[in-house]
Design a protein around this ligand. Structure first.
Ligand SMILES: Cc1cc2nc3c(=O)[nH]c(=O)nc-3n(C[C@H](O)[C@H](O)[C@H](O)COP(=O)(O)OP(=O)(O)OC[C@H]3O[C@@H](n4cnc5c(N)ncnc54)[C@H](O)[C@@H]3O)c2cc1C
Length: 474
């Protein structure tokens, strides 16, 4: 009887929705071949994650459409993707039991490591449940080029400064890219593959799936990478950057493959941030919710909940600050789930510096609206802007939305694209519409004077940090 059971290797996809350079799939397929077994790929739509406020309809839909595309990738190889919904441990255990009833034995569970505290706890529970059913559990690197903890100083310490991290990162041998199997065996009969629910996003999503992601990578390498160093700060150009972040975020594109194909130092350096901020959050999980730098703990941010700061927050969120670059950025974000990097810095700085509103509030809003919303990357960048992060911009660096616009988008192309109500303004007035003799009718006056916002933040920070240092001296 025992000799008739077919060995099964489960490949559990979480945020690695691809078959290319997918070490869990690659190794599971090798083992299955050696053992005359079969690979069963599975996604569990995790109720805990889907209930989080940042998993907005657009982000749920983005994830689900990429799951649908992953199923197509597997079908093209001859297999299929099992999709379940609920608690991952319970669903994987249930699947193993179903397979056992179909004369199969799950001998392996394979997945790519994830590093958030929730993911670690989830994976430990799933590991135990599958081990109790006789499976061996294999976890692999693959979400990053160098996993959290891998890049260390010669003394075995983790880096606190990006420049030094990057230097060391660049010297380390890079992982091999692994192939997807050419073809796969069909799933064992009787296994219900499960439907993939549809969620209506309120925006048009980018094309889903690894084929689209790989296509976009090829397009960028051919048409964008060589000029990236110059264009990356030009929000007026629609293709000034790769726009691959929403594929990296759900793993439809392997960051290791992107790096392997990259030709320029500048773009390689940008890709390093993905690893760096994951490393920072992994070694300091508290920094997801509190300032990384101790001397900033307790900083008197406005919380966005009392009457005044709530009204200010609402104007920022709904793109009605009266500062065209900020409003254009927030419109782009609201309407597409993307925002150009330079504009992200300006919008974030406006919220936490000119409006003195807590970076956590902005971080949460961005995370829910960005299709690439990722806690480690988003927190790292918000804390950088606020001045309290691991390797931050100095607190007195306060982006001026007017001069940033004039410098990086002098003709106002970006503003014209997102704020059609300003599209007729001459370039010399487009960042200061209030200077027009005839003010644009459907555009608000500035909500705060820039110098007043800047001085309030600078004074608050100076006093707070001085008091903190005095406290430390006692
Ligand atoms: C306030 C703020 C919040 C941000 N939130 C996120 C987030 O939630 N998720 C996210 O992936 N990125 C975030 N970023 C970083 C960066 O803006 C985006 O990764 C980038 O704009 C995405 O566009 P792209 O794919 O065209 O990037 P490219 O310029 O083509 O760069 C290629 C890749 O390098 C990585 N990268 C580049 N710059 C950064 C950076 N500063 N920090 C981290 N990674 C970087 C990304 O993976 C990106 O896809 C944030 C930046 C700011 C200022």
């Amino acid at each position: 009887m025992a000799s008739k059971t077919q060995p099964v290797h489960l490949v559990w996809h979480r945020t690695e929705l691809r078959t290319h350079d997918q070490p869990a799939l690659h190794h599971a397929a090798q083992m299955a071949q050696e053992q005359n077994g079969v690979v069963v790929p599975v996604v569990v739509i995790d109720d805990h994650i889907f209930a989080r406020p940042d998993l907005t309809p657009r982000r749920q839909a983005h994830f689900l459409e990429n799951v649908r595309a992953l199923r197509e990738s597997y079908r093209a190889l001859g297999a299929d993707l099992v999709v379940r919904r609920g608690d991952p441990t319970a669903e994987l255990a249930r699947l193993a039991d179903e397979l056992a009833r179909a004369s199969c034995q799950v001998v392996g569970l394979h997945f790519i490591c994830n590093y958030t505290p929730y993911a670690k706890e989830r994976d430990a529970r799933a590991t135990q449940a599958l081990q109790e059913r006789g499976a061996q559990v294999h976890s692999y690197p693959g979400q990053y080029t160098h996993e959290p903890g891998e890049v260390q100083t010669n003394e075995g310490k983790r880096y606190g400064v990006f420049g030094a991290y990057r230097k060391k990162w660049a010297t380390l041998p890079k992982p091999e890219i692994v192939e997807a199997p050419d073809k796969m065996a069909p799933l064992p009969g009787k296994i219900e593959v499960g439907d993939i629910p549809r969620v209506e996003p309120e925006i048009k999503l980018p094309e889903a799936g690894e084929a689209a992601a790989l296509g976009r990578l090829e397009w960028f390498l051919k048409n964008g990478e060589s000029t990236y160093e110059r264009t990356r700060d030009e929000p007026g150009r629609e293709d000034s950057t790769s726009r691959l972040s929403y594929y990296f975020n759900i793993g439809a594109l392997s960051p290791r493959l992107a790096l392997h194909r990259a030709q320029t130092e500048k773009w390689r350096a940008e890709l390093t941030w993905w690893d760096f901020y994951a490393d920072v959050l992994d070694r300091n999980p508290d920094s997801a919710k509190q300032e990384y730098r101790e001397k900033w703990l307790g900083f008197p941010w406005r919380d966005g909940r009392d009457k005044d700061s709530k009204a200010d927050l609402e104007r920022w969120r709904s793109a009605e600050t009266g500062y065209p670059l900020v409003d254009a950025g927030m419109r782009e974000l609201n309407q597409t789930g993307f925002m150009q990097n330079r504009v992200r810095m300006v919008c974030a700085s406006f919220l936490c510096k000119h409006l003195l509103i807590d970076w956590r509030v902005g971080e949460e809003i961005f995370r829910g609206l960005l299709l690439c919303g990722d806690r480690s990357q988003n927190v790292g960048n918000w804390q950088w802007v606020a001045g309290c992060g691991v390797d931050p911009s100095p607190y007195f660096r306060i982006f001026n939305p007017t001069s940033q616009g004039e410098k990086f988008d002098p003709h106002g192309d970006y503003v014209r694209r997102w704020l059609p109500e300003l599209s007729d303004l001459p370039a010399k007035n487009i960042y200061e519409p209030w200077t027009m003799r005839e003010k644009p009718k459907r555009y608000p006056a500035p909500m705060i004077e820039l110098s007043a916002g800047r001085d309030r933040f600078a004074e608050t920070a100076k006093t707070f940090l001085k008091d903190k240092s005095a406290g430390e001296d006692k």
